[in-house]
Design a protein. Structure first.
Length: 317
């Protein structure tokens, strides 16, 4: 069953009428009803086009958070072969919010890792809604160092509201773990490509997204803090999240214009959750192009280009 967002109510109403007419058509004048269904379907598609042609930053935030949006596990299933997960930070425990392992991407051996939010209540609790603890980022460092040692390109899929903010995470050095992971990204001598597939929240995202090539899905968001968090700090009112989202420049179009990201992967009409296979295939093409840019470059050149890229952000504004 399709899940509609609040701003998609006109489309939801049209789809409900279509379902009702189809049910009537099974016992009535199927030809006459079929014509009306076709008319309503065309009207529904047009309504969806108009909605998604003018999404506000807050509406894009809602799309990025859609529960049916493809997650890390969906991208792994659609993009790579022979995925072998690797677990543990070799210091404290296994963190299931960040998943990673060895795989083969279009014939090329790679390391792929990313945030997994989970698709139902059980898996969301297991993966802590994609919010990693320090051991998750220390695992990411271990995996990146492993990939660097064996010359494996790295693919990072970002989808987190942010790092886990619990007291125990702070006690175990959350800030230090995020900083070490960011540093590990910068020091890599192999190419890395990061793709924001949903939410790219704060240090929780940048810890694995400090990449040679940073991409975003069209309706993903990428920000230093969630709109609700920003509203709570600036206005002491989380209800002003829409105002915060509008002013924070969190959409792919804004970040592309500001030079924070390197490319935008288009999504099907109505968002990635409506045609996940199509958007995963499109993402695969973009990732492949990103990796191919570095074929023939030396390790030192790869690392230098990445560092120069991040040092240049904001300097030409």
């Amino acid at each position: 069953m399709k899940s509609y967002l609040d701003f998609e109510k006109p489309v939801a109403e049209l789809q409900a009428k279509i379902v009702e007419l189809r049910a009537l058509g099974e016992n009535g004048d199927a030809v006459a009803i079929g014509e009306e269904v076709s008319r309503l379907e065309a009207k529904s598609v047009q309504a969806l086009k108009e909605l998604y042609a003018n999404l506000t930053p807050w509406q894009k935030t809602l799309v990025a958070r859609h529960p049916n949006r493809p997650h890390f596990s969906d991208f792994v299933a659609g993009l790579v072969e022979d995925f072998t997960p690797l677990a543990g930070d070799r210091a404290f425990s296994e963190d299931e919010a960040i998943v990673g392992g060895l795989a083969r991407f279009r014939g090329r051996p790679v390391l792929i890792m990313g945030h997994e939010k989970g698709a139902d209540t059980t898996s969301r609790l297991k993966h802590n809604f994609g919010m990693a603890r320090p051991e998750g980022y220390r695992k990411a460092v271990r995996l990146m160092e492993l990939a660097d040692r064996f010359g494996l390109p790295i693919i990072a899929l970002v989808d987190t509201a942010g790092a886990f903010p619990g007291i125990e995470a702070e006690q175990r050095g959350q800030a230090e773990a995020i900083a070490r992971s960011t540093e590990a990204c910068l020091n890599l001598t192999v190419p890395n490509v990061a793709l924001v597939i949903g939410e790219g929240g704060s240090g929780g995202a940048i810890a694995i997204a400090t990449a040679n090539v940073v991409l975003m899905l069209e309706h993903a968001i990428y920000s230093v803090i969630s709109p609700e968090g920003a509203a709570s700090i600036l206005w002491r009112d989380a209800a002003k999240a829409q105002d915060a989202a509008t002013n924070m420049k969190i959409t792919s179009a804004d970040l592309m214009r500001l030079g924070v990201i390197d490319g935008v992967v288009p999504e099907p009409l109505g968002g990635a959750h409506r045609e996940p296979d199509a958007v995963i295939a499109e993402a695969g093409d973009a990732i492949a192009q990103g990796l191919e840019r570095f074929d023939g470059m030396t390790p030192d050149q790869i690392r230098a280009e990445r560092r120069a890229k991040f040092l240049a952000i904001g300097r030409s504004l």
